[in-house]
Design a protein around this ligand. Structure first.
Ligand code: ZN
Ligand code: CU
Length: 498
């Protein structure tokens, strides 16, 4: 906290400053010059009386906090195809981590439609990038509104290196994949994700992943995983995940942690205890989204034990989009599983979690927030537009699951530390001006399962690298986002480990 003199581009006055670190908020002023926060003055010490802003904005007690970091996205192509990123910016998101669940737009050189789930981010083989550096350069040339951090997907590596995916990779294929992974890390990839649950990677043994993950250690890289099983065999999958981290000596993030399927309701106590014990031995993190339904390709419904399924898109039957699978199947005169076959390629939304588990995981202090939104779905899961305001408004204010300051911490400084983001995720002099202004009394998700493409309420202003991207309920059209390369980052920080 300093006083500061002179001029600034913008001064926010009378803000409720929530610094992202979890401590109590304070009233005060904050100045932005170029892309940085240049001064912060608490009201108790007189604010920033000596600084004049080119723009002076009186926030009248509204919250000013660091921009939200969406640590789990499938925005690889959205950053290029829909660079305004309105679904994220309207929630206060200023940075997104791409390439999750083993699915990345690069490096992959293919000439046919990619297999599911690669098709969730791109159906057109020409949309993929053989060279990871070319992908990042494309973001530099035509920047999006948010910052982007990109991972390499293990599934994408497999699709690019193997003639068939129903087996373990050979030594030679692992060498090819590892070479491509290392080239991507050189170019600026931040880590490797796996989706061992999905058919393209299901046959990969643990050892294959360990061999690839070993490449990360020399680059401060991070490994994230959509585990092999989030259902009946979740304990085995957690052990596999811990082992990969230990043997490759890399930090691991468990993606969208959940206990899926009615038989597994209530098991979050058990899984969080295993995670907590492992976290004390090795660098380990996790993310979660604030809903009881998941969403992915429709064929994943097999063995899902979902109580309700909504079709989120279908190539051969677009008219089924947004409708319940049971209804669609009845109209087709088919069983649910035959209807799924008829609808493929397709996506689905699966009600397969217990509210109590979702709350337990959300409130676990080491859980970050990631939307897992699917930006190209026709009728997307509402998490794409609603995740961050829902954590603040529904789970924070309405449910009282955590304080406002704690909710913000889980979406800012915690995530920035885990991903090694330098000078982001915190309100501090010298940090980047990635900022959100919101009304703590009204902030709330508006997107629903029936009407999923709705901007949230109460998000007033969003600033990325010092420039406003969202104002007065509208996108400003600005695209000040940056591709953040591994070289721009610190080593991931996992306090309490090892
Ligand atoms: Zn996933
Ligand atoms: Cu995902």
């Amino acid at each position: 906290m300093g006083q500061g003199n002179g001029a600034a581009d913008t001064v926010f006055r009378n803000a409720r400053l929530v610094d992202g670190l979890g401590g109590p908020s304070r009233l005060g002023d904050l100045a932005v010059e170029d892309d940085r926060i240049t001064a912060i003055g608490e009201a108790a010490r007189g604010g920033l009386p000596k600084i004049r802003g080119g723009r002076e904005i009186d926030l009248d007690g509204k919250v000013l906090c660091p921009g939200f970091i969406d640590v789990h996205t499938h925005d690889d192509r959205a950053l290029l195809a829909d660079p305004l990123m309105t679904c994220k910016v309207s929630q206060g998101v200023t940075s997104v981590v791409t390439g999750n669940c083993g699915v990345s737009l690069a490096p992959l050189d293919i000439s046919v439609r990619p297999p599911a789930p690669m098709d969730l981010i791109c159906e057109d083989p020409k949309g993929f990038f053989a060279d990871f550096g070319d992908y990042l350069d494309a973001l530099d040339r035509d920047p999006p509104a948010t910052n982007g951090l990109a991972q390499v997907g293990h599934g994408s590596l497999r699709v690019g290196a193997m003639d068939r995916l129903d087996r373990a990779a050979s030594g030679a294929e692992i060498k090819v994949m590892r070479g491509r992974l290392e080239a991507a890390l050189e170019a600026g990839a931040i880590g490797l994700s796996t989706g061992l649950f999905y058919p393209p990677a299901r046959a990969a043994p643990t050892e294959e992943v360990i061999e690839l993950a070993k490449a990360l250690a020399g680059y401060h890289g991070l490994h994230s995983t959509h585990m092999r099983d989030e259902s009946d065999r979740i304990q085995d999958s957690l052990e596999e995940t811990f082992r990969i981290g230990r043997e490759a000596q890399v930090p691991v993030v468990i993606s969208h942690h959940k206990c899926a399927g009615m038989d597994n309701y209530g098991r979050s106590g058990e899984t969080l205890a295993l995670i907590e014990a492992a976290r004390r031995r090795q660098p380990l993190g996790l993310d979660v989204y604030p809903y009881v339904a998941s969403s992915t390709t429709l064929d994943s419904v097999r063995g899902m034990q979902a109580s309700r399924v909504i079709v989120s898109w279908s190539k051969p039957h677009p008219e089924a989009t947004g409708r319940d699978l049971d209804e669609v199947a009845a109209e087709m005169g088919l069983s649910a599983s035959d209807a799924v076959e008829a609808l493929l390629p397709a996506g689905g939304i699966f009600f397969s979690m217990d509210e109590k588990d979702v709350r337990a995981i959300l409130s676990y202090p080491h859980a970050m927030i990631g939307s897992d939104g699917l930006p190209h779905d026709v009728h997307p899961h509402p998490r794409l537009w609603g995740t961050f305001p829902r954590v603040l408004g529904h789970y924070g204010r309405e449910t009282g699951l955590f304080s406002l300051e704690e909710a913000v911490r889980k979406m800012t400084s915690l995530s920035a530390a885990r991903f090694g983001m330098k000078d982001r995720g915190v309100l501090r002099e010298g940090a980047y001006a990635d900022l959100v202004v919101f009304d703590p009394d009204t902030v709330l998700d508006a997107a629903t399962f029936d009407n999923p493409k709705q901007p949230a309420t109460g998000i007033l202003t969003v600033v990325v690298n010092g420039r406003a991207v969202w104002q007065d309920g509208q996108h400003t059209g600005a695209r000040p986002g940056r591709a953040l390369r591994r070289q721009d980052l610190d080593a991931p920080r996992f306090e309490g480990a090892g």
